[in-house]
Each structure stands twice: as C-alpha cells, then as structure tokens.
Design a protein around this ligand. Sequence first.
Ligand SMILES: NC(=O)c1ccc[n+]([C@@H]2O[C@H](COP(=O)([O-])OP(=O)(O)OC[C@H]3O[C@@H](n4cnc5c(N)ncnc54)[C@H](OP(=O)(O)O)[C@@H]3O)[C@@H](O)[C@H]2O)c1
Length: 308
Amino acid sequence: MRLSRVLITGGSGLLALNWACCMRASHEVILARHSRKITLDGVSVASLDLESDATLTKQLEVIRPGLVVHTAGLASVDLCEQQPAAAMHANAELARNVALATRRLNIKLIHVSTDHLFDGSRSLYTETDPPAPLNVYGRTKLQAERWVAQENPDAMLVRTNFFGWGHRYRQSFSDWIIYSLRAGRSVTMFDNVFITPILADVLAASAHELASNDERGIINLAGDERISKYDFGLRLAGIFGLPDGLIQRGSLSRSRLVAERPLDMSLANARARQKLGRNLGSLDGFLLRLLEQESAGRRNELLTAVTE
Ligand SMILES: NC(=O)c1ccc[n+]([C@@H]2O[C@H](COP(=O)([O-])OP(=O)(O)OC[C@H]3O[C@@H](n4cnc5c(N)ncnc54)[C@H](OP(=O)(O)O)[C@@H]3O)[C@@H](O)[C@H]2O)c1
C-alpha cells in the first residue's frame, strides 16, 4: 500500500509536529493547519476544513494523501470539562468527519485516541477492556473512537500517552519538568498516578509500520514501562542531569484540578509488540532519544515552528 504522502490534522499540535519531524526524511508530509501558522523545514502546510465531511472530501481529493493521521482536537482535560459542547465537537464530531471523508476516498486513517478512557481502578488496560471514562475529555474521545470505527472500519485507532518537545504555545509533560528544573523551580509530581508513556517519534514510527501492514481497529501504542508521574520526573532528571531534589512528591487527591482524573492510565502493549515483533521501548531509551533530539536541534526548531 502506498502511504508515502501523509496528511496530519492538528498540524500545529505537539504530536503532529514531532510526527512530521520523525517522518519527513522518508515521507512527503503535509501538516493541516487550523488557527495557528506553521513553518517547518521539509514539510508543507495546507489549510483544511474539518467542519464538514463534504468539504473535507473535496479537499482530500485534491491533496490525495495515502494516509491521514488525525491528531486535531481539544487535548486539555480541564478545558474539556469546562466546555463540554466544544470538546464533543472538536474531539468527536471532527473525528467523524475525517472518518467519513477518508472512507469515501479509501484513504488509510490513523485516529489518535487516548489513555483517558478508563476509571483507573486497575492497571495495564487492554484493547478489549470496557472503557469507563471519568471526565468529559475521556467521554468525547470514546465517542470519537465509536464514530470513527463505525464510519471507517478500516481505520486504526491508536490509544496512547506520549511526550516530546513542544512549542511556544504548547508545553509537553516533559517540557514542563525540564524547563522548571533548569530554571531552579520545584515541581510537584503525583506518585499515585500511573502511565505508560512513549516518545512521540516512536509512536509515529510504530503507527506507520502497523498502518502499512493494514492494521485496523483499536491498538495500544504505549511504552513498555508502567511508571508513576513522580518516578517519570526522577528518571527524566537523572538522564538530563537536572536536580531531582526540586521534584516534590504529590498526590492526585490533594490536587485542585477541574476534571476528575483516573489514578491508573497504564495501557498494555502486548498486542502491538506481537504485531511489530519487538518491544516498544523502555523509558530510559525514550528519554535518551529526547536528549539527543535536543542536541540535534529539534527543541529549538519546534520552539519557532508555530506562530499566531
Ligand atoms: N498530549 C497528550 O499527552 C495526549 C495523550 C494522549 C492522547 N492525546 C491525543 O493526541 C492528539 C494530539 O494531542 P496534542 O497534545 O498534540 O494536541 P495539541 O498540541 O493541543 O494540538 C491540538 C491541535 O488540534 C488543532 N485543533 C483544535 N481544534 C481544532 C478544530 N476545531 N479544527 C481543526 N483543528 C483543531 C489545533 O490547532 P490550532 O492550535 O492551530 O488551533 C492543534 O493543532 C489529541 O487527539 C489528543 O487527544 C494527547
């Protein structure tokens, strides 16, 4: 299957920019812009209207991508809680439009979902565990999965939790820790919230490989390690040579966040490992790559890639 021209929605987002950097040497990458401007070497940019499946179909007919990666949406969990209608629109209704248009044109679709779909009462959720989201963000992402699977049964639905270098308007989880510790600021990190994080580039490369093999349906693309957010901070500080004494232990129940959050968001990646024939990777390996990316200029490049 020819997937060499890739169109990524949510082009100014954290995931899309790292996805584009990872793929631009081997693919023709087009980032679809929404409100912000994007400038990235080796990548083109197109305006795309996700509001109407009919308009989107016409635009895709012109661009003719072999693969669409749908990352656009409202990724702030607290903003979704405050604006549920806007969240349902951005996360679920737009995803349905993308699914309809790609199905109509027989374009392979990778839909990016989340690890926020469960109540967190257990660990290492599999693709077949019944979702039970605790907040509006999770409910809208679950609705998106259902509509995408219904409208485009060939789509691959990726559940994940990633990190990578962000940009001026969008800090990642790892950016927040790195920039705080470099500035001598302390950070409080939850020792009772568990994730299975993956580096954005490893997520992108693994998703492409699976899509090329015509994988479809739900698949967890998560790291091999389940870790608390607090321990993630300590491991990151160790690899980046930052002062881990600035990392304070915190606990989710004592925090004052708007939306309720699951304590355990870890995803089991056995299905992906079996399909890929390898492990997805250890956290230290991902963090070393993040450090190498900074030395190679990724951090600086992305900091200036997005403008208002
Ligand atoms: N970040 C995480 O840790 C995480 C974890 C698991 C899953 N995910 C999922 O991964 C995906 C990407 O997340 P991210 O962190 O990269 O998000 P992000 O940085 O917040 O970027 C979101 C993108 O969506 C675009 N967008 C928002 N509303 C839109 C609309 N109405 N029409 C078209 N585009 C719109 C934004 O464009 P403008 O800024 O130009 O308006 C932006 O490019 C999301 O689906 C999210 O649910 C994220």
